[in-house]
Write a protein that binds this ligand. Structure first.
Ligand code: GLN
Length: 304
């Protein structure tokens, strides 16, 4: 399969969509990113990387961090994690509060903000600095030492974190958050502000396509069964309230972020990351979803 040729075709075909959609300006620092970026990288299990466009340009991973934070929490707690957070799609916006009240503060899944805050709470209770633990973990997963969070983006989100603060306080009132709310929000904003490129994110997600083992280092991140379970959650919950439409179009487990990145995996074959900052109404990258739809169509490869 000539993945490079396919990615080049996708890069050309996606041009009319670039600059369409809305950059996430509710975090002011993210609003400064040029909307017409496009990058895509696909890494196969043998470590070979096929890339086009801005695939090496670092961007704010935002909610994609929820995937890796959840992996760490799953490592720590195993199945007990599901006492703290659910496993069902929410059908609501990623930052919605409504469900929390009638479901006694138990978030639907770890990939919406409420669930991710609980996951970060788990990490805060285990590590002195949760975001540093996550950064170290990501460095190991993709084999790059330079990965870190962007202090400006973290401060920008912290200064506009009223909704996430409200959510965390609300869950704490139900006893769902153990650590001080401000500590959880600080760590959460820093984890969302981690910057990585498409190439780095595709490499970091490759353990999911490889039964839970990082191909180049041999590190076992998760056993095969939890790896399957985490991928299943990405399929049903990884792209917010658009998860149904996304899987209809793309047919892969994926996790998106409002920085415009989307990571997806094809078990036993490859991991891919696409980045374009213009978002659709649900907060997924407009050109990114289209690019992934073309990828699975042109390659004939998906989980179905
Ligand atoms: N940091 C963002 C927030 O909490 C992440 C949201 C996202 O990427 N969907 O609002």
């Amino acid at each position: 399969m000539d993945y490079t040729a396919i990615l080049e075709r996708i890069r050309d075909d996606v041009q009319p969509l670039l600059g369409k959609g809305r950059v996430a300006d509710y975090i002011p620092q993210l609003g400064k990113v040029r909307p017409d970026h496009f990058g895509m990288a696909l890494v196969t299990l043998d470590g070979r990387c096929h890339a086009v466009g801005d695939a090496t340009v670092p961007f704010s991973i935002q909610s994609i961090s929820k995937l890796f934070a959840c992996t760490l929490a799953f490592q720590l707690l195993g199945e007990d994690l599901w006492q703290r957070v659910g496993r069902e799609p929410s059908g609501n916006a990623f930052n919605s509060l409504v469900q929390l009240e009638y479901e006694q503060g138990l978030p639907r899944n770890p990939f919406i903000n409420a669930g991710a805050l609980v996951v970060t709470d788990v990490l805060c209770s285990r590590f002195v600095q949760a975001e540093s633990a996550l950064v170290q973990f990501l460095r190991r997963l993709c084999g790059k030492d330079g990965i870190d969070y962007d202090g400006e983006v973290a401060r920008s989100e912290l200064a506009h974190a009223d909704r996430n603060l409200a959510m965390a306080h609300f869950m704490k009132s139900f006893g769902r958050i153990e650590m001080p709310v401000q500590a959880v929000i600080d760590a959460y904003c820093r984890q969302c502000a981690i910057t990585m490129s498409c190439e780095e994110l595709a490499r970091a997600a490759l353990f999911l396509a490889n039964g839970g083992v990082v191909p180049w280092s041999g590190e076992r991140v998760l056993a095969p069964s939890p790896t399957k379970r985490l991928s299943a959650l990405m399929l049903t919950c990884g792209t917010y309230d658009e998860a149904g439409d996304f899987v209809y179009r793309v047919g892969l487990p994926a996790k998106s972020g409002v920085g415009g990145g989307i990571v997806a995996v094809l078990p036993r074959r490859w991991a891919v990351c696409v980045w374009s900052p213009g978002l659709d109404h649900s907060g997924n990258s407009l050109a990114g979803v289209q690019a992934l739809e073309w990828l699975t169509t042109l390659t004939g490869q998906s989980i179905f």
